[in-house]
Design a binder for this molecule. Structure first.
Ligand SMILES: Cc1ncc(COP(=O)(O)O)c(C=O)c1O
Length: 931
């Protein structure tokens, strides 16, 4: 057992105005459940013990499906529930829940989620097939950061589709995470070697947000004294969009210009003294590759000004191309998607982020480091993981918590499987095919290729045909999508999936000539562009190139970890559910996996239907009017929600409202996200019983009434309690003109019992990777949608390239993610989870989470001190916890036992230890998932 201290958490068309359902081709194709049901039909949910029997066992008639979901996933059987209720001293579920959830909080609004009794597992797959069949998977050359790729079968089956990999938690407990940590270290090594920079993190959320993190590093590095950040205009539109949003909230002046022109250089020089950094793309979004000399000149000007030079790049190109370190980049970032991760209609994909040694302590995200165990053997652990949000809180310079671990692991193993020679073969194929096509276009057509240099992308100015009719013909006659740049220019990016036949089709589209392509003599990558250093020399990239070896390597890694395939993971504040296989199956179906996020909307009808229904179900659950699925994690949801509030207040002319109240018990991402949204944090005290200190809240509200923007409340609280005073707190803030943001990470205790909307809040985020069954992936992916009340719905984020299902209004905020629907390919998981439970059964997911936690608490309470149990809350004694409770181990200190010893002993028995020392030092917090 390691003795290192455990560190716990402590279409391409310009934007259209669209109405919510206008993206769906015709209402005829829409599921009958797409539209919200008339709320006047809303009734009270039945959460009685007798109804639990029906929910659990179903109500089978002779012909109904017998593979019902609830009995496999809700957890305890009705018979066990009886015994558990007796343990906690309650006669039935109704009276138990009545004792846990305060009267003024318990709403029990019946959820209009169809089908009300849920799909059976086979019925769900049938329905999902029907939805998937409405997506048309054409050959995509759209590019713009999303490319076709081949996910090796051995990685698909044994990693992406393997619960031992996808259900594990973030590797905060190194003793039970050495496998994943090794894989993430491999990922960091790939990124570091390819970018030429010495330190890389173990992933960020996507390319756009990674660029924003780089900009913020530059801005905070200059201590906010230099506020101009330059962006080369030859950068993906969605990246610029995300940068614009972040720049606005931080007060950074974004200057978008041609940094590789004489004018751009002059502009840079003119702004010396005010410039904190710049971002440039290499290769550019039009496909061109800047000259090392020119890029060095740009770097020199920035460095003379003590600014940071960030470069957005492409790992596949960098296997051959000189690395950005060669021309002085301080930060290199981008998407690693094309290393085996399907396009998935936009994500999830791991962004990479590498920095110079000097910047390593300022780098956002998680970093795996090599350490030693107590016997001196090499061991891996996360380094710096608690630094940002949990220690620095509002002084944090990044709010990234959940990242993209599972996807980073796919990328790492893709590199392990191919090795540098394999990767370079792929690169040469991509460059060779692109060059061959370019040669044919130049020799046999009137079209002009605008970029004079390329790796995989050609920008073609068309002659004698408009982009629209060209694209239309490409789709209808060849089944090919290209990117429309403007009325006369199209762009296309080639990838490893391109075959000889694909190339012939492309040549025919551009030249009108059908001809046999000789792919034996693909043009060679130019010598002067070719990097000469030795990379990916570590043995791990040279040993596992047969499938047998790869399979065994993956298996050996998974054996070193605890996942839900091994035992339960009882974390506080992080609901870990065993993700149903039926929920997971569709994500690798080609109809969901292989769609480009900017594909014309008539080809994505299945996705749009699923997204629309999911958005509406989430709004129904939270009691709100509208949802956006764009944010890629809970913390990004927080940032989005607060930005929406800021925009709303600005629209009302209340620009001076810039203060957000946050209880001291809040999760660290709350204050960090508030800071990212440009708001000032004022902490609010908590009482010794864990409740919000209303007197202090009143004081702070009165003091800051004029400038109050919002309060952020986690409910049930981070201490695991349903605070009875929640409505008073909401009212206090509203009366002073502030908005109420509810952190929905703990929504698992609320579904069908109460909701942020029912409690009077204005906006909340949800962690679909907690409450709604998306697996934790070993530290991501996450999906952090926000749901908002009616008055905030026109402020939800827009996207500069592709239409979304909501806010495309003038007042919409800038995109918060690179892709229009964030991590779209994992949405079928939450969709299936919700639809297999249905409105009638869903409340029992929360009921069982609460009962499980209280049962455990009652079994342990005579042997351990349980925080807050027995103390007073208002005039009542605290008798029950919500869905989690805190065991106080401090009394054992005088016999030499501390929380860490208990945590490690649990690991000895093959359990993942509960959350330690968060939110209270010296304690363990455990949460019980509902299943
Ligand atoms: C209460 C709470 N809020 C917010 C978050 C942040 O979510 P994420 O890790 O997805 O960014 C967490 C996650 O750990 C949480 O427990």
């Amino acid at each position: 057992m390691l003795r290192s201290r455990l560190l716990f958490r402590n279409s391409r068309s310009s934007l259209l105005r669209v109405s919510p359902n206008s993206l769906l081709a015709s209402k005829k194709t829409v599921s009958p459940f797409l539209y919200r049901f008339n709320s006047t039909t809303a009734k009270v949910a039945d959460i009685s013990s007798s109804n639990y029997k029906t929910a659990y066992y179903g109500n089978p008639s002779n012909l109904s499906d017998l593979d019902t979901f609830a009995r496999r996933h809700l957890g305890p059987s009705p018979e066990n529930v009886e015994k558990m209720l007796a343990q906690v001293g309650a006669k039935d579920i109704d009276s138990f829940i009545g004792g846990v959830v305060p009267d003024n909080v318990l709403v029990k609004r019946k959820l209009n989620i169809e089908p009300l009794d849920g799909y059976s597992e086979s019925g769900m797959l049938k329905r999902l097939k029907e939805i998937a069949s409405k997506n048309k998977v054409l050959k995509s050359y759209i590019g713009k950061g999303y490319y076709g790729t081949i996910l090796p079968g051995v990685i698909q089956r044994n990693l992406l589709e393997n619960p031992a990999w996808y259900t594990s938690y973030t590797p905060y407990q190194p003793e039970v995470s050495q496998g994943r940590l090794e894989s993430l270290l491999n990922y960091q090594t790939v990124v570091s070697d390819l970018t030429g920079l010495p330190v890389a993190n173990s992933s960020l959320l996507d390319e756009g947000t990674a660029a924003a993190e780089a900009m913020i590093m530059a801005f905070t590095g200059a201590r906010g004294k230099k506020s101009k950040f330059f962006v080369d205009k030859n950068t993906h539109e969605q990246t610029i969009g995300v940068l614009q949003g972040r720049a606005k909230t931080q007060g950074i002046e974004l200057i978008i210009t041609d940094l590789q022109s004489a004018e751009g250089i002059a502009q840079l020089k003119d702004n010396q003294g005010e410039l904190c950094g710049a971002l440039l793309s290499y290769p550019g979004t039009d496909g061109s590759i800047g000259s090392i000399m020119k890029l060095t000149e740009v770097a020199d000007i920035i460095h003379k000004n003590k600014g940071l030079f960030a470069v957005a790049s492409d790992l596949l190109a960098l296997t051959l191309l000189h690395p950005p370190s060669a021309f002085g980049a301080d930060i290199v970032l981008g998407s690693s998607q094309r290393f085996g991760v399907p396009m998935g209609f936009g994500g999830p994909h791991a962004a990479f982020f590498a920095v110079t040694q000097k910047l390593q302590r300022k780098m956002p995200g998680r970093l795996v480091g090599v350490s030693k165990d107590r016997l001196g053997n090499q061991a891996l652990r996360l380094a710096l993981q608690t630094r940002e949000q949990h220690i620095k809180r509002e002084k944090a310079t990044s709010n990234i918590c959940t990242a993209q671990a599972l996807l980073a692991n796919i990328v790492a193993n893709y590199a392990v499987y191919h090795g540098i020679d394999g990767l370079r073969n792929i690169s040469r194929k991509v460059f060779g095919s692109t060059s061959l096509l370019a040669g044919e276009i130049l020799a046999n057509s009137q079209h002009e290729i605008l970029n004079k240099t390329w790796f995989d992308t050609l920008s073609v100015k068309l002659s004698g045909v408009t982009s629209d009719s060209f694209s239309e013909k490409a789709v209808s006659q060849f089944g090919i999508n290209v990117f429309k740049v403007n009325e006369s220019t199209v762009q296309l990016s080639l990838d490893e999936t391109v075959t000889k036949e694909d190339l012939s089709a492309l040549v025919e589209i551009f030249t009108g000539e059908k001809k046999e392509i000789n792919t034996n003599d693909l043009p060679e990558f130019p010598e002067e562009w070719t990097r000469k250093d030795n990379i990916l020399t570590n043995p791990v990239f040279n040993k596992y190139h047969s499938e047998t070896a790869m399979l065994r390597y993956l298996y050996s890694l998974q054996q070193r970890d605890i996942s839900l395939a091994t035992s339960m993971i009882p974390l506080g504040s992080c609901t870990m559910k065993l993700n149903a296989t039926t929920e997971m199956i569709p994500i690798t179906w080609p109809e969901f996996a292989n769609l480009h996020p900017f594909a014309p909307r008539d080809q994505a009808q299945g996705y749009l239907e699923l997204i629309n229904e999911l958005e509406q179900d989430l709004a129904e659950i939270t009691g709100f009017a509208k949802t956006t699925l764009m944010p890629n994690s809970g913390a990004q949801g927080e940032y989005t929600g607060l930005s929406v509030i800021r925009q709303y207040l600005e629209h009302k002319g209340e620009t001076s409202r810039n203060i957000v109240l946050i209880p001291v018990s809040a999760h660290g991402t709350n204050p960090a996200s508030a800071a990212m949204a440009g708001l000032k944090v004022v902490p609010v005290k908590c009482l010794s019983n864990g409740n919000l200190d209303l007197a202090d809240l009143k004081l702070k509200v009165e003091k800051h009434a004029e400038n109050l923007a919002a309060i952020m409340i986690t409910y049930p609280s981070t201490y695991g309690l349903f605070e009875p005073t929640i409505r008073t707190a909401v009212e206090l803030v509203h009366t002073a003109g502030g908005q109420v943001y509810m952190d929905g990470a703990n929504m698992n205790a609320q579904v069908g019992l109460t909701s942020p909307g029912d409690l009077g809040a204005d906006v909340c985020h949800l962690n679909l990777h907690k409450t709604f069954a998306i697996p934790h992936g070993g530290g991501g992916p996450g999906v952090g949608p926000i749901c908002v009340a009616e008055h905030l719905k026109d402020f939800l984020p827009k996207h500069p390239v592709a239409e979304t299902t909501n806010a495309s209004t003038e007042t919409a905020i800038n995109p918060v993610s690179a892709a229009p629907f964030g991590s779209a390919s994992v949405l079928p998981i939450s969709y299936a989870y919700i639809k297999m439970l249905g409105g009638n059964n869903f409340p029992y997911a929360s009921v069982m989470a609460i009962l499980n936690a209280n049962y455990m608490m009652y079994r342990l309470k005579d042997s351990y001190k349980i925080m807050f149990l027995g103390s007073k809350s208002e005039s009542n004694e605290i008798q029950y916890c919500a869905h989690e409770f805190i065991i106080d181990l401090r009394p054992f200190k005088n016999v030499g036992i501390e929380a860490i010893d208990v945590a490690k002993r649990l690991q000895d028995y093959g359990f993942h230890a509960p959350t330690m020392s968060f939110p209270i030092p010296g304690t363990l917090m455990r949460r019980n998932q509902s299943r």
